[in-house]
Design a protein around this ligand. Sequence first.
Ligand code: M6R
Length: 612
Amino acid sequence: MCGIVAYVGYKKAHPILIKGLQRLEYRGYDSAGISVLNGKISTFKTKGKVAELENYIKSKDLDGQAGIAHTRWATHGEPNQVNAHPHFSQSKSISIIHNGIIENYAVLKEELVSRGYVFESDTDTEVLVNLIEDIRINEKVLLDEAVRIALCQVVGAYAIVILSDEHPNTLIAARKGSPLVIGIGDDDYYIASDATPIVEYTKNVVYLEDEEIAVLTRGEELKIRTTKNKEKTPYVQQLEWNLSELEKGGYDHFMMKEIYEQPRSIRDSMRGRLNPVTGNVSLGGIIDYEQKLLTAKRIIIIACGTSWHAGLVGEYLFEDIARIPVEVEYASEFRYRNPIITEEDVVIAISQSGETADTLAAIELAKQKGATIIGICNVVGSSIARATHAGSYTHAGPEIGVASTKAFTAQVTVLTLMALRLAQLNGAIPKTRFMQLLHELDSLPEKVEEVLNTNGLTEHIAKKYKDVNNFLYLGRGYNFPVALEGALKLKEISYIHAEGYPAAEMKHGPIALIDENMPVVFIAPQLGIYEKVVSNIQEVKARKGNVIAIVTEGDTIVRNMADYVIEIPKTEEYLVPILASIPLQKLAYHIAVLRNCNVDMPRNLAKSVTVE
Ligand code: M6R
């Protein structure tokens, strides 16, 4: 969704801002803009990609050592040049960029209109910048105080950065419900909506908290106070990300790079948390909450999209391995359905970005009702990571491709570790069996490497099916969520309609779709209720459907029935979701590439969904 980047210091601002916008492109957007200060503020905006903005400003005078820039994902008003950010105040003295939504903007706008303000755009952001200007002029206060007063009148979410020609060496930033990271250079400052534009300049960052306002003046110390006018001492943290993690590293797309990173990302998710020799599993971040998890009346997992699919795998893991009851809910439904939650419940919130609006709101609701909230997030310092009582990071590294891949397998890895740890504590499985499971988990990264080495098979299958209109994905037990995830991957990046179902549900409806044009992907390892899945495959073949099956290596039964088989190494049933999801990621990727789709930035999608 919308992206923010800003700079104030002694370097030329605009190259830093444009590069920052490029780093933020993965978030999804439909227009871009930049303001640079050099005596007066110059602003340039374009509809479309950052490359178009770059082209547009080539011949313009953009000298200046302070500036703000933005990629906009339209909420109020259509995506066009006028509605793109930055927005000016009426006097053209203040320029603002804004992520989030000002819910009471209509009321505020009406008041400003009655006082003579004229608006150029349809945005809530232009209302905010004029409100700030109005307060500054009428109450005769300094700009940062005008910002504070204005923000007290605002209902909604915001991350803003303000540039003013009255304060050429200063930026003002504030946040509530929308993230903002401040990078601290030697004598300069970087601001961004996530750390990706900052990593190459500094590792020292401050994550602004909700309702905090920062005043950043080059060569001076960072000043932070709250909207209630309380001074705060900035808490400087170290970024763990490296620049190489933000580059494609020789791959055509981030998605493929991230698929191939999985042996490493899974290993990193387990690092220091699993010792197959001593039989120890520990997740430092939740140690103080283990008893709470063990005695919980139930665990409720909340998440959206791919993270929700990981949650479904978690349900099987926790119930199967640790014998603790689990429910999994879409955060977007949970937050509005007046759920029954008590202090005896533990909520696990899963999110790659840590910024998903629905998940955040669901957490707040569960917290109000007294539940304990555990987070599983990838982005350190993210809003969800901070809103939860405790949690475990996935350590998958930055995920740039909009289609989640390595984040999913890392989430499932962390859920597996949690389930094993709880089973170890409550004795739900015998010690010898526990040790077997631990060993198998430890060997997972090597097996993932084997799966990745499919020698062009998924690409070959992709060529065969790239032009179909529909796909069905079927699996049972642990592999039902894998079917859902496989279908989601395909539809979001290739725009082919795909559905995931529990294989046995096929007879209750989807079987009507099967004919010689329908590819059906089965996740059919020789484990659990394998024979039942084989029967489902026969039912599809009897109706001339095309079967692509993910099978255990050496399986000849399904090989004799299916049109294509993709083998995965033998493993324990509880680890199949991780291994089986990888060929499905690759299949979706190759089909999308063959259809000339924008794999890393699919249409209409954003990497972190920060609005409902
Ligand atoms: O950052 P989150 O994990 O909270 O995001 C949730 C979903 O928006 C996300 O998983 C989405 O479904 C992805 N595009 C899936 O590939």
